[in-house]
Design a protein around this ligand. Sequence first.
Ligand SMILES: Cc1ncc(COP(=O)(O)O)c(C=O)c1O
Length: 365
Amino acid sequence: MKKFSIPYGKQSIDENDINSVIEALQSDYLTTGPKVKEFEEALAKKLNFKYVVTVSNGTAALHLASLILLKKDDLVITTPNSFLSTSNSILYANAKPVFVDIEKNGLIDLNLVEDKLKKEKIKALYSVSFSGLQVDETKVKYLKEKYNIKILFDNAHFIGKDNGVCDIATYSFHPVKHITTFEGGAIATNNKEFYEKLLILRNHGMYKDEKMYPWEYQMIELGFNYRLPDVACAMGLSQLKKLDYFQKRRHEIAKRYHEKLNLEPLYEYNENSSYHLFVVRYPFKNLDEKAEFFNNLRKEGIFLQYHYIPIPSQPYYKKLGYTYSKKECPVMDKYYLESFSLPIYPSLSEKEQDFVIEKIKEYLK
Ligand SMILES: Cc1ncc(COP(=O)(O)O)c(C=O)c1O
């Protein structure tokens, strides 16, 4: 029997994607051509934003968003439960992340956020739609208005209609995410000024208009080359057509885990979650026991993952003077010990999912 090899997440590529890429390769533009705008317009429609700017990856999206929203030494509240890029982008803008503990569902605890807002002058809240779940937007809107803060949603895990609460949302199109453009990302906003500045920052800080000499450009910002090529945007357009199907599959898989697995889920089945991740808990005694379980499943061809190591516990953050302890972030700390992410991606078959469920039951008696 062929041994399974089941990752926690992976891309779904079909003939249409391949043909779209071939077509783009045979066109006049590999980069900076018509597919970029086409993909951005399609995304804006799907995500319910006025403006979308594609960039080379989700980290670049966060970087440019931070340059727009923040100034040197601004304090920005964010979560320890994210990939490094969320808080790193605050550092890129010479601002300071302030970490606040999470709730049991993996999202930043908005009550603790408000406690901080009462005590300190905070510029912005960077909230992560962890696993595909959005924060309570009514509460975020209240905090935004009461404390006059900027709101960024790191939506690397969420893809769906926006409700107009955030100033900027960022997306990632890394292969494990909902749709892929190989590497890729996007920044979405309803603010025209932000949009125009983002276009310039993405392209070396260069400005050009019809009144200039034909060859002329003016560098008006310190920008970057964060452009997403046409070939990648062609792939994105093709992937976007299948997004509803991808979401349906993720929901089917999530429902099946809920029904068949007797482990505590991160949250009850939620039809609004994008289910980038499916996270469960088990009361491991310590991290060694958790690692042994991961290694046992690896031997069976099942590659579980854990999301995420608390960011302020990273050596670089410690060097900057950040501290992380069970006392400061008790919920995050328990979450780190107990939680893990199961395989979830559109092409995961029922047979493969049943194998995962069977092996988890076998090793977590
Ligand atoms: C929550 C979160 N933010 C940001 C990123 C960064 O995205 P990218 O890998 O496209 O740079 C990721 C990707 O792993 C992520 O999961």
